[in-house]
Design a protein around this ligand. Sequence first.
Ligand SMILES: *[C@@H]1O[C@H](CO)[C@@H](O)[C@H](O)[C@H]1NC(C)=O
Ligand SMILES: *[C@@H]1O[C@H](CO)[C@@H](O)[C@H](O)[C@H]1NC(C)=O
Ligand SMILES: *[C@@H]1O[C@H](CO)[C@@H](O)[C@H](O)[C@H]1NC(C)=O
Ligand SMILES: *[C@@H]1O[C@H](CO)[C@@H](O)[C@H](O)[C@H]1NC(C)=O
Ligand SMILES: *[C@@H]1O[C@H](CO)[C@@H](O)[C@H](O)[C@H]1NC(C)=O
Ligand SMILES: *[C@@H]1O[C@H](CO)[C@@H](O)[C@H](O)[C@H]1NC(C)=O
Ligand SMILES: *[C@@H]1O[C@H](CO)[C@@H](O)[C@H](O)[C@H]1NC(C)=O
Ligand SMILES: *[C@@H]1O[C@H](CO)[C@@H](O)[C@H](O)[C@H]1NC(C)=O
Length: 905
Amino acid sequence: MDRHSSLLNLFLFCGFWIAAFCDQDGFLSLSCGGSTNYTDMSNIYWIPDSSFISTGNTTTIQHAEGTSSSSVPIRYFPDSQGRKCYRLPVKNVSSMVLVRAQFVYKNYDGDGKPPSFSVSLGTATLSTTDLSSKDPWIEEFLWPVNKDVLSFCLLAIPDKGYPVISSLEIRPLPQDSYTTGMEDFQNTSLRKRHRINCGYTNGSLRYPSDPYDRIWDSDENFSPFHVSTGFKIEVSFERAGFIKESLPAAILQTARVLARRDVLTYKLPLDTMGDYYIILYFAGILPVFPSFDVLINGDIVQSNYTVKTSEVSALYVTRKGINSLNITLKSTRFCPQLNGIEVYEIIDVPLEASSTTVSALQVIQQSTGLDLGWVDDPCSPTSWDHIGCESNLVTSLELPNIKLRSISPTFGDLLDLKSLDLHNTSLTGEIQNLDSLQHLEKLNLSFNELTSFGTGLENLVSLRTLDLQNNSLQGTVPDSLGDLIDLHLLNLENNKLEGTIPQSLNRESLEIRSSGNLCLSFSTVTCSDVSSNPSIETPQVTIFNKKKHTGYNHLVIILGVTGGALLVLFLCITLSVFLYTRRKKTEMANRARAEAIDMRNWNAAKIFTYKEIKSATSNFKEVIGRGSFGSVYLGKLPQGKLVAVKVRFDKTLLGAESFINEVHLLSKIRHQNLVSLEGFCYESKQQILVYEYLPGGSLVDHLYGPNSRKVSLSWVRRLKIAVDAAKGLDYLHNGSEPRIIHRDVKCSNILLDVEMNAKVCDFGLSKQVTQADATHVTTVVKGTAGYLDPEYYSTQQLTEKSDVYSFGVVLLELICGREPLSHSGTPDSFNLVLWAKPYLQAGAFEIVDDNIKGSFDVESMRKAAFVAIKSVERDASQRPTIAQVLAELKEAYSIQLSYLASRDM
Ligand SMILES: *[C@@H]1O[C@H](CO)[C@@H](O)[C@H](O)[C@H]1NC(C)=O
Ligand SMILES: *[C@@H]1O[C@H](CO)[C@@H](O)[C@H](O)[C@H]1NC(C)=O
Ligand SMILES: *[C@@H]1O[C@H](CO)[C@@H](O)[C@H](O)[C@H]1NC(C)=O
Ligand SMILES: *[C@@H]1O[C@H](CO)[C@@H](O)[C@H](O)[C@H]1NC(C)=O
Ligand SMILES: *[C@@H]1O[C@H](CO)[C@@H](O)[C@H](O)[C@H]1NC(C)=O
Ligand SMILES: *[C@@H]1O[C@H](CO)[C@@H](O)[C@H](O)[C@H]1NC(C)=O
Ligand SMILES: *[C@@H]1O[C@H](CO)[C@@H](O)[C@H](O)[C@H]1NC(C)=O
Ligand SMILES: *[C@@H]1O[C@H](CO)[C@@H](O)[C@H](O)[C@H]1NC(C)=O
């Protein structure tokens, strides 16, 4: 309860207000199904709704009323599948808007069956419209805007007919209105039940009488429950109200007043049991100060309330769990009076799912190549198809029988998943990117072509059911699966596993299904010699060819030793025919490629043969890195120079032209802070890049590696690394021709040489997928979770500012000494950006990495922190350019240097 009052006299000079509001600032009035723009009798400008919704059919209702007949356009949705949504722009985020919708049936379809459907705004289902009880039906909501687009949706109820709508209006409300007294009700919306212009009996009032276009019903409609006669007292003042709801004089200048000391009662019907917000307005339009007790449903909510002459005030009351309303004013002095009443049902707005979850799901939807109809929030008002939720957490995802091909890193962002079903999704390679799913209880990856358990399955600590049947898993069952103590079903049927099942899995609570493998059991009894000796000579032939060029299906032929001779013979014939055709094609392709390569100027880059690569890497002996596009091996050139050799996976191969173009581009990029290309190899099916080798490892090793605690980087080192990396990126953005967007800036792509100079790697190649390549590049093009520009999810485009965002994350890591996503601690701290921002903004440096506490200059830290948080602004246009980032970092660096110098003196 609260009371606001102010002197009417103050506003007498405000006579200009009508003019100020006449432009209907922010009004949006949609004539649903309409086809023309028009201005109505209240001078409101209506436009057709077609640019705000993409579904539904339109028609016009003719209806006669008395002597006049009118036609009302409507939009209806003659299919009952899914939500039908309007996307409505709202200008002022974090304000309150009024959303009013009118639904009309009037038997437009001749079926005589008025429909019933539900209405939602954002994440909240706000009401159920039942046109059989009232037609037309008007709903009005006050909605706290938190986004610049509002989703207003209709959802059919099975067997209750099709949704239909005739108009939709949006009206901005005054700042902070309808919040007083609502402290106990956070994250709620208000649904209008009553709005009464007390004491006024000549019809309803709206715009322009009320500049906010609230519709005020006339008082008489609320009989038979009224016990008093209304007085209408005209006063001559213009605007009346510094109360936040900013009530116009037109409403306040009439009141219901009792002629003598008595009890004034409004008994208002409410259609549902619920929580309600009630506002009573009073204006001092009488020459006396009446006082009275205010009772709601029998409870005194304010005793001896006094209305002072010339003052406007309001009483805000909330009531929980009521289904009828009796507002009574009991006189203590003079006659009780009431000028206006508003009554709203309070409706909870469910929390949105976390943005990490939403963005991960969007990327997953994109990678399926299907339109799954995933829009707005995954959990509310209804959960998306294929998705299950517990309140605002996405706990299950079922995407079987589609072509996914790989488990992309985004799956690892769905931290709340308890159940994941990806059976029959053409997954190949190893099981990957799921390590972070600590709550996962059920994982179904059956009927795929997975070949390896990968690493990290043992981190799925909650796992109870693991279904890997009908894959191509090879080798032995990893011992580490024994760490999954809750596992009670492990299905390994029909794979190519062999050897003994680890004893760690030999427990009563665990059922293991292992039939259909090469030789798999708990016993140590040896299987036949051949199968227990998995050598490189395993007679297994994999033939792979690009569908695009040859018309062959993606054909995998496996010659099992146990296979029948006939089969072998047949396959041999097939194979030789195949290989012959293939050799022909390959030869031609090689010749064309060689010509294309020869014609270029390769700057300093050298062309290697596959043989040279093989010997440089001692037959690909030492892996020094793995990425989604391939593996990186250590190599040594004949002159003794160490190199990093990056071999692309088959499935990530680029088209010939793209590869050559890209390599050509890379060969031209030379900068002291960019890892340079030494050469490349493009032979047979291989696309190999040879880079200079940096012995210092990556920034990740230094920040989080096993030795990071013992020899941690000092603040000045960190700044130097940041400056170096920013220089590299600045060159890509502004110095190179063409300009290059890195697209995957992260700590593991910042490498260090022996002198701890930093160089950026992994730019350019492989991330620009051209249209021609798109058919066989199967991996989703994306940055790395935790570093990815949030705008990417809405625009699907990475820009220079996306690099700035990712680099901002790197800076935060340097400052805080923690990884961008962590899965421990409280949800508030999962995401580095969200967690660190408020602290750093407030100059609260307690979150700075313990390893550098006490050794940094505060001003230097402040500068670096400031540029870091600016760089991770959600809105890309608010982020600085990399050149600006560099300039700030240089300053932070030099401040820290002079601080160190002065400290040493
Ligand atoms: C939007 O907000 C700004 C600043 O808060 C204010 O000046 C402007 O009048 C508002 N516009 C509307 C339509 O409410
Ligand atoms: C109707 O109004 C919309 C929005 O104001 C405008 O874009 C459109 O051009 C108008 N159409 C006509 C026919 O005036
Ligand atoms: C609605 O419109 C679609 C295409 O615009 C049309 O195919 C369909 O028949 C219409 N449905 C009804 C019930 O008029
Ligand atoms: C209201 O929503 C915000 C975020 O939208 C959330 O942080 C807050 O906890 C919510 N409050 C309540 C009481 O649920
Ligand atoms: C009621 O309003 C109408 C116009 O809306 C007006 O013509 C009429 O005079 C009003 N009646 C009274 C009694 O004020
Ligand atoms: C409304 O409440 C008042 C005070 O509690 C009571 O006297 C009155 O009878 C009630 N009126 C109705 C119609 O329920
Ligand atoms: C009610 O309030 C008025 C004005 O504040 C005061 O004069 C009067 O004595 C009060 N009456 C009671 C019964 O408290
Ligand atoms: C796998 O999915 C395809 C459709 O993508 C379907 O035709 C096939 O029957 C499914 N196979 C299994 C084993 O579920």
